[in-house]
Design a binder for this molecule. Structure first.
Ligand code: HC0
Length: 574
């Protein structure tokens, strides 16, 4: 370790640490804007400047290495003046429509301006870049008039997702973040994961807002509006109301949706169980009848788009199962609509998802099992948070309520879908029992749990070694698939989720500021909510969900039946 002094206090940190890292070890906070640990360490924004004894200029703490005996001051008048100038300069070319900005209240630039008392924001006013918004993609908007060129978005796109469709164009004052050749985002190989939105510190990137359509549908007496909630929403929504990361709000979520006026409040866990029935059946069929292996899960639309663009030769490995979001819609508009005597054309299916790619998924081909679109409107966890605010619902004071039956009934296996490894674990709970014909002694498949990017395990089932792998984050997916392609690794079954950590860390979840992202493992805390819900659920295997058993008994027949195929399976493009 190396010992330095920060603000007169002795601080010890490992050799190779930066000033910022050393300071954080001693709970001394230095403000940052562009810095994202291991993703964007470029010292570009200059918010983290500090004074170092003997240095001729201020230095950027996020990239400046410590050395023995160094003396650092983090809050001198010179430092503060420099940070104020940085903020004034950023604001001089910033669209300051803070009142109505989607990020007002959790914008990192706004917070810093308040902390540094920037009330002369027009100080450097002059020429401005006026950019047109890019609204071409189904899932998001880019408003470069609010971009501060921190490059967090392009860094996560390239380094974490391995997609790299955005970057800096032009130079100097004219610099802006965009696509190569200024194509519309919709024309590129962007997979709609929304990770760029999750890390954007300002209102420059946001999801396409569909909340008005939802309010309008609810207000229309001609419509019967049902809502489904993805597993991960209950592990993230509380953050939109200032609750600690890792707060389980399942009961309040159901209560809030009911108060918003939905006719029925259902749960995507129901159709996650249904997915397991179909997918486990498909897996056993491929194993027993020499089908294409490894079978790869198909519930993450960011991943599906990535596979189609970057690994088209592997689309045959994809499960033909629709995602639970889509299966839900197909069942709501067929089985449930018929049961309730509601014309399917009158039914509006809204989904609340931690995901921005779900907005893209609802418009894909072959996602209309009942002859009408499976899902009509997909909103993110953040949009639901805004709807709850706009309806003046005091979320924190809501009682816990239950989802409606029967499409609100899901098992423990289904709720863990929202964490990386969860779909695999849920599938194994069903597939192993089907293969062996015996009840599992232990339900937890802990090798596939945890936030590592790639996980592998082998299970001996009925005399056969079943090799499985799990990847989350598309760069990890790429690494895994390249090994499969080259023959370096062989598996029977692979789960891939587009976002690092799975849906709990989806691009539609409430944003946490850089400081929190750099110091707390958001993925693990949110995943813990789901694993606890699984542990406390009386039913923990998809094939034991009574609502699913009834659905097969009275409507679908067997998993993989003709009717199931018509409603619940889809096709891909190469
Ligand atoms: Fe997910 Fe899903 S688990 S993709 O991660 O499979 O978004 O939470 O809703 O569809 O169930 C997201 C989360 C879902 C779907 C489910 C799957």
């Amino acid at each position: 370790n190396i010992t330095i002094k920060i603000n007169g206090r002795e601080v010890s940190a490992p050799q190779g640490s930066t000033i910022l890292e050393a300071a954080r070890l001693a709970q001394i906070e230095i403000p940052t804007l562009c810095y994202l640990k291991e993703i964007n360490e470029i010292g570009a924004c200059r918010m983290c400047v500090v004074e170092v004894k003997g240095a001729r200029t201020l230095v950027t703490a996020c990239v400046y290495p410590i050395n023995e005996g160094m003396e650092v001051w983090t809050n001198t008048p010179k430092v503060i003046e420099s940070r104020r100038k940085t903020l004034q300069l950023l604001l001089s070319n910033h669209d300051r429509k803070c009142l109505s900005c989607v990020r007002s209240g959790n914008c990192e630039l706004q917070t810093l301006c308040r902390e540094y008392k920037i009330d002369d924001e027009a100080y450097y006013d002059g020429e401005r870049n006026g950019y047109e918004l890019d609204t071409s993609a189904a899932h998001m908007v880019r408003d470069n008039n609010k971009c501060i060129l921190c490059r967090r978005c392009s860094a996560i796109c390239e380094k974490v997702q391995g997609v790299g469709v955005i970057g800096a164009n032009e130079r100097g004052f004219k610099t802006y973040i965009g696509t190569a050749f200024d194509m519309d985002l919709a024309e590129t190989s962007c997979v709609s994961c929304g990770q760029c939105i999750a890390v954007c510190p300002t209102g420059a990137l946001y999801e396409k807002d569909n909340t008005e359509e939802v309010f309008a549908a609810i207000a229309d007496p001609e419509k019967y509006v049902v809502v489904q909630c993805a597993p991960a929403v209950r592990a993230g929504l509380g953050e939109a109301f200032g609750m600690p990361i890792g707060t389980d709000v399942e009961g309040k979520l159901a209560a809030a949706l009911r108060r918003l006026g939905f006719d029925k409040v259902f749960d995507t866990t129901f159709s996650a169980d249904l997915t397991i029935m179909e997918e486990a059946n498909e897996f056993l069929d491929r194993v027993q009848n020499g089908g294409v292996l490894p079978l790869i899960t198909s519930c993450s639309p960011g991943w599906i788009k990535y596979c189609e663009h970057y690994f088209p030769e592997m689309t045959e490995n994809l499960s033909s199962c629709k995602s639970p979001q889509q299966m839900f819609g197909a069942i709501a508009k067929s089985y449930y609509a018929e049961k309730m005597g509601i014309p399917k054309e009158k039914m509006v299916v809204v989904s609340v998802m931690p995901c921005t790619a779900k907005k893209f998924e609802i418009g894909r081909d072959d996602e209309n099992g009942a002859g009408v679109p499976d899902v009509d409107i997909a909103i993110t966890t953040r949009e639901l948070g805004r709807m709850i605010e706009r309806a003046s619902i005091r979320f924190a004071d809501l009682p816990d309520e239950e989802f409606d039956m029967p499409l609100g009934l899901g098992t423990g296996a289904a709720v863990i879908f929202g964490a990386t490894g969860g779909v695999m674990e849920a599938a194994l709970r069903t597939a192993v029992e089907k293969l062996t014909g015996e009840e599992l002694a232990k339900l937890e498949f802990t090798d596939v749990r945890g936030i590592e990017g790639i996980k592998e395990a082998t299970y001996n089932v009925a005399g056969m070694d079943v090799k499985v792998a799990v990847a989350s984050g598309l760069k990890n997916a790429k690494e895994l698939l390249n090994k499969v392609k080259s023959g370096e690794a062989e598996y029977h079954f692979i789960e891939i989720m587009g976002c690092p950590g799975g849906c709990v860390n989806g691009g539609g979840q409430p944003q946490q500021p850089g400081y929190v992202r750099n110091t707390v493992d958001i993925r693990a805390k949110r995943a813990e909510v789901l694993y606890n819900l699984d542990k406390n659920n009386k039913i923990r295997k998809s094939h034991e969900n009574p609502a699913i058993i009834e659905l097969y008994d009275t409507y679908l027949g067997e998993p993989g039946s003709h009717k199931a195929h018509e409603l619940l399976h889809t096709t891909y493009v190469k």
